[in-house]
Design a protein around this ligand. Structure first.
Ligand code: UDP
Length: 311
């Protein structure tokens, strides 16, 4: 059996990943989380599967489990969540990731890190390719996450160079879909829930900043392909290259929730909010033969149905 550890397994991407991995009956999945931002309700549907196990644990403390594959996703990932306790975010990224490197080393396991497009900061080039070193503020309010993920990457590559650790590094761009946390402050979950509840729609800045949104099923299939490929350690961008402004996003969602009475209001742009973000997917296509398949409309419809049934 393939014994797989998923850290951050009750989180948005983690829980979708656990569910997908369990479709293969050769996989035994250990989901580990401290539920800081994860939600146990995201995995209760998996409890009846005898190939699934949940461990309540914070990775800033060492742990030993016997596994041959580790997907390391644990870390608060939305700006609102990672800024709530920035020191904890930093600890998770350095101490937590170091603990996962040690665990992988002891098990001779393959370790995949979920890094992020945030490591490109406010980019000077577009689309962002994996060779770009980024433009990151080292001491701003987003730094605990941006620099935290950068040092996580450094740790993995140094363990790879010094201890021949078998690594894979994914840089995940904006992802959305079912099991997102309704209150994590992200743009897709905010807009959908504001419209469902007829509240004001909060556009930050002038709404002309861009993002490229990837549906979670595509992100999960990209992570699994990266884990199982033998051609590259990464880093590999995993995302959708359909770049749109926040203003366009509002209008696409408004078209899908026509009954809403919500009105758009503009708020101040948060500090260090990147102006643009679009992944270069050349490496993903070449090494993983992967590209996103779900259109924005299709993905948003599924996400809206999820939030409607949830609220
Ligand atoms: N944003 C917005 N309204 C919201 C939440 C976010 O206009 O209610 C903007 C935010 O300023 C950013 C973009 O949407 O430019 C994406 O924000 P999110 O927090 O989802 O992810 P980020 O890419 O910033 O990590």
């Amino acid at each position: 059996m393939n014994r797989i550890l998923v850290t951050g397994g009750t989180g948005f991407i983690g829980s979708n990943l656990c569910e997908k991995l369990l479709e293969d009956s050769n996989n035994y999945v250990i989901c580990l989380d401290n539920n800081y931002t994860g939600n146990i309700n995201n995995v209760t549907n998996l409890f009846s599967n005898s190939n699934f196990e949940f461990i309540y644990h914070d990775i800033i403390h060492p742990i030993f489990v016997e596994v041959n594959t580790i997907y390391h996703l644990a870390c608060p990932a939305s700006p609102k969540d990672y800024q709530k306790d920035p020191i904890f975010t930093l600890d998770t990224n350095y101490i937590g990731t170091k603990n996962m490197c040690e665990l992988a080393k002891r098990n001779k396991a393959r370790l995949l890190l979920s890094s992020t497009s945030e490591i490109y900061g406010n980019p000077h080039i577009s689309p962002q390719n994996e060779e770009y070193f980024g433009n990151v503020n080292p001491n701003g309010i987003r730094s605990c996450y941006d620099e935290g993920k950068r040092i996580s990457e450094t740790l993995l590559f140094d363990y790879h160079r010094f201890h021949q650790l078998d690594i894979r590094v994914a840089r995940i761009f904006n992802t959305y879909g079912p099991k997102m946390n309704k209150n994590d402050g992200r743009v897709v979950s905010n807009f959908i829930n504001q419209m469902i509840e007829n509240q004001d729609i909060t556009v930050y800045g002038n709404g002309e900043q861009t993002r490229s949104f990837c549906y979670v099923d595509d992100t999960v299939s990209g992570l699994i392909k990266l884990m199982n490929n033998e051609k590259t350690t990464g880093p590999v961008n995993i995302g959708n290259d359909n770049e749109i402004t926040v203003n366009v996003l509002v209008n696409v969602i408004l078209d899908l929730i026509k009954e809403t009475k919500s009105k758009i209001i503009f708020h101040k742009l948060p500090l260090d909010d990147p102006i643009q973000r679009k992944p270069c997917l050349k490496k993903a296509k070449e090494f993983l033969e992967w590209e996103p398949k779900t259109s924005l409309n299709e993905g948003l419809e599924k996400t809206i149905s999820y939030f409607k049934s949830y609220s």
